[in-house]
Write a protein that binds this ligand. Structure first.
Ligand code: FAD
Length: 455
């Protein structure tokens, strides 16, 4: 009988075990490639991720010979209905382990005939399925380094072969779903998105492998260089699977490759943490700081969002985010530290803004990244680490190129002077805003608040 392949964070054709399983189950009777626009997720995704999803689905449809079926509604109603429409007997997915995803899948499965007997999970969006890496006592890891070691020891399967042919059924798409996707692509005020789709993702990966991998460990912290892979948005949506990347890295021995595997391990670690602690999406993972006093300075938060804090490195990052939907990792840390430690704002306020504007916005990586900076997270990151936005700039953008690129009001300042407009007689000649707060003072304040909260 026909099968349904219900696509979610796996919008690709290659290295797709669930696609192979769906085709194998259906044989010549054919598979429906289905994407369900779930209003519950669509509403909260924000304009940038909606546009990226829309573009990525269009690209996938091209790769599926125009046979991607789009439907709108609660998946617990839509998926069983599509299965009935084609007289199918199995629904194939890549397993979801986020709180919402797992609950939703439970509901869909329960709504299928025979108590969900035809529900088949094959693979996940990760090299090792969240929940699988455990310590000697069978418990999940709470800290990155031992997790990363055990994750490598666990190992991962080889990539699945690309299907030799596609046997996809033609079914009408819901015009309202089509309309919503078109509307999302045409929204005002969108950043320039990356080229969508699996082919573009693979091309980017190949060029990174050839040109940047050998020096990745040296360049990855330098926001003015294009030293990182820029694959996060593709990984988020599953245009590429990390297994594919890890397989290509197997023969590589240099420090660049080693470091790249470690970064992929962070993505896997945060997914594992979220799987075990779904509440950590929006609540402090560790409770030591439950008594910390926060501020809600709406004007200052808005200045932070718009890149007008008066701290060049912070403003460059926030403007890069607005313009491109991406921000360099080092600068994500600097801007997050500024909001939480200099403005004393609770991290979910910042995490929400990032998710609103990031193309790669992902609850596990983003919210745990924020918690790490805020000192409430998984790691032994000391709570007293307060990043200095000026010295971070001077260290990681020593020539000031990153700041001048994103903050045109500072282009007249040569070299690292762009990080200290206050020290230059013409520093504010082109309208750059004055500093919102005094970093040294706010650092002392943050430490005092942390000390009080821990007493
Ligand atoms: P590369 O340096 O080329 O790294 C390769 C891949 O490894 C990335 O694509 C990503 O999948 C993974 N990776 C790298 N660093 C991390 C990390 N620290 N945590 C988890 N995965 C990592 N990453 C997201 O994918 N989505 C987010 O919403 C997100 N929000 C973040 C928020 C904060 C406050 C911080 C500090 C980090 C956040 N990150 C997030 C992690 C990291 O900044 C991005 O993954 C990275 O900048 C993406 O660029 P790249 O693909 O060029 O990275």
């Amino acid at each position: 009988a026909p099968s349904v392949l219900w696509l979610r964070r796996d919008l690709r054709v290659g290295d797709h075990p669930a696609l192979l399983a769906a085709q194998e189950a259906a044989g010549a009777t054919g598979t429906v490639a289905l994407f369900v626009l779930d209003p519950a997720l669509w509403a909260g995704a924000g304009p940038v991720r909606r546009a990226w999803l829309s573009a990525s689905l269009r690209a996938l449809d091209g790769d599926l010979d125009g046979r991607l079926v789009l439907r709108l509604g609660d998946p617990a109603e839509v998926v069983p209905a599509v299965l009935a429409e084609v007289g199918g007997s199995s629904v194939h997915v890549s397993r979801e382990t986020t709180g919402y995803g797992a609950r939703r899948d439970g509901r869909v499965r329960a709504a299928l005939p025979d108590g969900g007997a035809g529900w088949v999970e094959t693979g996940t969006p990760y090299a090792v399925g969240p929940g699988r890496v455990r310590n000697g006592s069978g418990d999940p890891y709470k800290v990155f380094t031992p997790f990363s070691r055990a994750w490598r020891e666990h190992g991962w399967p080889a990539p699945a072969p690309r299907p030799s042919h596609l046997d996809l059924l033609e079914l009408r798409s819901d015009p309202e779903a089509e309309r919503l996707l078109d509307e999302a692509s045409g929204a005002d005020d969108l950043p320039e998105l990356p080229e969508p789709g699996e082919t573009a993702a693979l091309r980017r990966w190949q060029s990174f492998l050839e040109e940047d991998l050998p020096t990745y460990h040296l360049d990855r912290d330098r926001p003015a260089l294009e030293g990182t892979s820029r694959l996060s948005a593709y990984l988020k949506i599953g245009a590429l699977h990390p297994r594919t990347l890890l397989a290509d890295l197997t023969g590589e021995t240099g420090e660049g490759a080693e470091r790249y595997v470690t970064e992929l391990a962070w993505r896997e670690f945060y997914a594992d943490v979220l799987h075990h602690r779904p509440d950590s999406a929006w609540r402090d993972l560790r409770t030591e700081l439950a008594a910390l006093r926060y501020e809600e300075p709406e004007d200052a938060v808005e200045a932070w969002r718009q890149g007008r804090t008066g701290y060049p490195m912070v403003d460059a990052g926030m403007r890069q985010l607005l313009a491109t939907g991406w921000m360099h990792n080092r600068v994500r840390m600097v801007t997050a530290s500024f909001l939480t430690k200099d403005l004393h704002v609770w991290w979910p306020v910042g995490a929400r803004w990032f998710l609103e504007r990031l193309v790669d916005g992902d609850v596990a990586s983003n919210n745990h990244g924020w918690q790490w900076v805020a000192g409430t997270g998984t790691d032994a990151a000391p709570y007293f680490r307060v990043l200095n936005p000026v010295s971070q700039g001077e260290r990681f953008d020593p020539d000031g190129d990153y700041v001048r690129w994103w903050v045109p009001e500072l282009r007249h300042l040569a070299g690292s002077a762009a990080h200290r407009p206050w020290d230059h007689p013409d520093g504010y000649a082109h309208g750059y805003p004055r500093r919102l707060v005094d970093h040294a003072e706010e650092r002392r304040e943050a430490l005092a608040r942390h000390a009080a909260a821990r007493r």
